[in-house]
Write a protein that binds this ligand. Structure first.
Ligand SMILES: [Zn+2]
Length: 91
């Protein structure tokens, strides 16, 4: 059991947020094999249909990491409790 101010909880992270994180992982994973185009572009497809690729100022790994972070953010943000202070406000 953990105590935070006047709020006492049994779980540091709710099931809803754990599920959100798991949902992001299970819906955004790379599929197929690494493809290389003639112009030096390397790319992979995400299971959501997004093509993850390198670009003029970023690597494929950077795109994969950003995509996963965005997917996790969107799922967590959607599932977060109402009233929780946010860095990025919901529209
Ligand atoms: Zn994806």
């Amino acid at each position: 059991m953990r105590q935070t101010g006047s709020v006492t909880t049994d779980e540091p992270v709710s099931a809803a947020l754990r599920d959100a994180k798991a949902r992001a992982r299970s819906t955004h994973y790379t599929v197929g094999t690494l493809q290389t185009d003639g112009d030096g572009t390397v790319w992979l497809e995400c299971s959501c249909g997004t093509v993850l690729r390198n670009g003029p100022t970023w690597t494929l790994d950077e795109h994969v990491r950003l995509h996963r972070a965005e997917a996790k953010y969107l799922e967590l943000s959607t599932s977060a409790p109402v009233g929780i202070p946010r860095l990025i406000a919901l529209p």
